[in-house]
Design a protein. Structure first.
Length: 260
């Protein structure tokens, strides 16, 4: 039986008088692909920002169990979350446009460097060996994603679907235990969306990682997820298999409105 990897326990988040997340609890187990769904304004991205510690002043608890001990993520700085094996992408692609595709991946591996900046400036043997190993790792990931041949091109000007792949590739550089994807299929055409669906399955298998995602494309979510969490106005509605979520009356009402 898979063990819990991410645990949200009665999490609430306020913005002034607005309660964006309201006593939300759910668990993501190791090896799962879990979708977080809800209408616009339901609080989905706020949940992600609490999990990754962009927001620190939430109520309740968020635990991550990648190691042997259960870690309270509130004790991590936002810049240290990646060191725990928890990485994310964003609604808007966050890449360095004036760097090459390969260089963007090496930026994503910053937490993997053991040597300091002085060693890299002096080009010590250990620094050169470390950089070579990370380049080889980046090459492997780029080949896996089918973008190795364009590795030296600038990110600027690349098709949107390629930039999505680059962003996912960058997360893989950090040896993630869990990848949080914020609307990964947004802006993709039908062919690219189908390719992404296959890619996420392959990432889960090859890199032994867990996926938590937000996505408005319900066909994509229903096809790819093992379980789905549905929320509305920051409140928990249901967590179940895609088929049972589709049949859930509260979820239907949140998306479609009541007959009344």
């Amino acid at each position: 039986m898979s063990k819990p990897l991410l645990i949200l326990d009665n999490v609430s988040m306020y913005f002034g008088g607005l309660k964006a997340v309201d006593n939300l609890s759910f668990t993501v187990n190791e090896g799962e692909i879990v979708g977080l769904i809800g209408p616009n304004g339901a609080g989905k991205t706020t949940v992600f920002n609490c999990v990754t510690q962009f927001y620190k002043n939430y109520e309740g608890d968020i635990y991550f169990s990648a190691a042997s001990d259960k870690l309270d993520l509130r004790n991590c700085k936002v810049t240290d979350v990646i060191d725990q094996g928890l990485v994310r992408t964003f609604q808007n692609v966050e890449l360095v446009a004036d760097l090459s595709i390969l260089e963007n991946l090496l930026v994503g591996a910053h937490n993997q460097f053991q040597t300091g900046i002085v060693s890299h400036i002096l080009r010590t043997k250990k620094a050169r060996e470390e950089e070579k190993a990370l380049r080889e790792k980046a090459y492997e990931i780029l080949k896996f994603l089918g973008i190795y041949e364009i590795r030296d091109l600038y990110v600027k000007g690349q098709p949107y679907g390629v930039m999505k792949k680059i962003e996912i590739a960058r997360t893989l550089m950090s040896n993630p235990k869990m990848i949080i994807l914020d609307e990964p299929a947004a802006g993709l055409n039908d062919r690219e969306t189908d390719e992404l669906e296959t890619l996420i399955y392959e990432i889960k298998k090859k890199y032994n990682t867990t996926i938590l995602l937000i996505e408005h494309d319900m066909g994509f979510v229903m096809n790819i997820c093992d379980r789905i969490v549905a929320i509305n106005f920051g409140k928990f509605l249901a967590m179940d298999t895609p088929k049972k979520i589709q049949q859930n009356k509260e979820v239907q009402e949140a998306y479609l409105g009541s007959d009344a």
